[in-house]
Each structure stands twice: as C-alpha cells, then as structure tokens.
Write a protein that binds this ligand. Structure first.
Ligand code: NAD
Length: 261
C-alpha cells in the first residue's frame, strides 16, 4: 500500500544524508515537492537536483537561520504541508563524569533546540493555513537507559515536545508525531561501526528481527504519518526498531532464542 503525498510541499531538515535523505526520496516518489534544509549545502543541492526540489543551507541551532528560511519559503514558494526534523548529531558512549560540557551542549543544541526551533518556525506558517503535519525524529534511546547521556536526554525531550506540540496545535489542524528509529544503516551509523565506536554484531543480535533498520523503512513510516491515512494520529512516538525495545531485557534470560523451524 502506498500513501499519496500529491500536491504537498515537504521540508526536510537534515535531508542531505541518511534518514532525512531517504524521507526526501520517498516523499518525492509519493508526489511531494521536496525542500531540503541542511548544514551541508553541497550535498543538499545534489539530492535536491535529483528530486527536482530545492536546497537551502540552514543551521537548526540558529533561530535566525531557521526563521528566515521558513519566512522565505512562505513568501516565495508557498505553504509547507509537511516538516520532517531529521537534522541531528550523536555522541560517544562515555561515563557521565567524562562527558564534557561542550559535548553535552552541542548535542542538546542540534537535537533538542534544533528540533524545537524547526518545529515552531514551520508550525507558525502551518497555523496560518490551518493545516500541516510535523514528523520529529527521536530515537529508541529516548525510552531506555543508555550510556549516551546527552543524546538520550535530548531525544526524550524530542518525544516529549512532540506530545505537547500535538496537543497545542491539534485544534489548528496540525498533527505532530515522532518516529524513534532503532539502529538504522545510515552513513552516521556505518561510520560509527567502521570506526569500532559501536558493535554492529551486538546491535543486530539485540533486536527481535536480528537486523538493522534500513533508512527507507524510517521513510515509509514518516510518509505514512504525513499522509491522510494517518489523519487521526497525533502525538504518538512510533518505534521503528526491528524490535530492539522488546528484546534488550531478554539479555538477563540468556538473550533472544534462535529461530524455531
Ligand atoms: N542512524 C541511526 O541509527 C539513528 C537511530 C536513531 C535516531 N537517529 C536520528 O535520526 C536523525 C538522522 O540521523 P542519520 O543517521 O540520518 O544521520 P546523518 O548524519 O546521516 O544525517 C544527519 C544530517 O543532519 C545534518 N545536520 C547536522 N547538524 C545540523 C545542523 N546544525 N543544522 C542543519 N543540519 C544539520 C547533517 O549535515 C546531515 O545531513 C538524527 O536526528 C539521529 O539522531 C538515527
């Protein structure tokens, strides 16, 4: 089943790579006009060219940058129907006392503040037109205790703001939903595994399905949430994680059982 996004304009922060890029490609396939907003303008332009869309350089940490873009799109291109907030960075898993304030702050600034600023900048113009749909990107780390202290706190904040924005803007015709990806094979994760900063084998072994999530599988969930098929869905946090959240506690019992024939 496919969900049409014909005649929609979708802005995707972090759309130059990974999950954001997959969302841009799939939403384009489903008929949406794509606007990629990313720190990496060169890569954003390359993808936007492929999709006959537009690319803009933004820094989601900077309210002036994001507000100016929202205004420019509103004035020159027209109303935005869909916002996906995929711009994000991660951190190394380190003991709390070794996490520097600089690292703590940089993760909070991009992942938490950046998501908030993006949602509010584009939410304002959605309020004016009385409709719109925001899909935020949190993480499974929002729901479990993990040794990435700043990242997990920021992502829990994203899931929380999704709920409060959904309640605040529902009567204005705006739906706000969150996707929490599990370990997804994007350039970000691939490089962490290659640099041995994450154990790829363990990540897969700890999921019910025994594999990584593909970026396209996050995009499929985002396209569904952005479509009319999800018209009654707002304020949810949809875990797309190959069953990591339901499997990790099985470690104590010897791990996930092998397949039965
Ligand atoms: N890959 C995973 O396993 C995974 C799991 C859970 C959550 N996530 C989340 O999904 C989102 C996308 O991750 P990804 O794996 O696709 O990463 P990625 O590194 O492939 O893409 C992130 C994009 O965000 C852009 N970006 C970074 N900082 C920015 C800023 N300040 N302003 C504007 N753009 C900025 C980057 O240029 C890049 O294009 C992130 O929020 C990440 O936390 C990823």
């Amino acid at each position: 089943m496919t969900f049409s996004l014909e005649n929609r304009t979708a802005v995707i922060t972090g759309g130059a790579s990974g999950i954001g890029e997959s969302c841009a490609r799939l939403m384009h396939e489903r008929g949406a006009k794509i606007i990629i907003a990313d720190l990496n303008l060169k890569q954003a332009e390359k993808i936007a060219k492929d999709l006959r869309g537009l690319a803009f350089e933004i820094d989601v940490r900077d309210p002036d940058s994001i507000n100016a873009l929202a205004e420019q799109i509103d004035n020159d291109i027209g109303p935005v129907d869909i916002l996906v907030t995929s711009a994000g960075i991660t951190q190394l898993p380190v003991p709390a006392e070794e996490l520097t304030v600089d690292v703590w702050d940089s993760v909070q600034e991009v992942d938490l503040r950046g998501t908030w600023l993006s949602a509010v900048a584009f939410g304002k113009s959605m309020i004016k037109q009385g409709k719109g749909c925001v899909v935020t990107i949190a993480s499974i780390t929002a729901s479990r205790s993990v040794p990435v202290h700043s990242y997990a706190a920021a992502k829990r904040g994203v899931a929380s703001m999704t709920e409060s924005l959904a309640a605040d803007w529902g009567r204005s015709g705006i739906r706000v939903n969150c996707i929490s990806p599990g370990f997804t094979l994007t350039p970000l994760l691939k490089s962490l595994v290659e640099r041995k900063e994450r154990d790829g084998k363990l990540m897969k072994a700890d999921t019910a399905l025994g594999r990584f999530v593909e970026p396209k599988e996050i995009a499929q969930a985002a396209a569904f949430l952005a479509s009319d098929e999800a018209a009654a869905i707002t304020g949810i946090n949809l875990n797309v994680d190959c069953g990591w959240l339901v499997s990790t506690s099985w470690h104590t019992y010897g791990g996930i059982r092998p397949p039965r024939s």
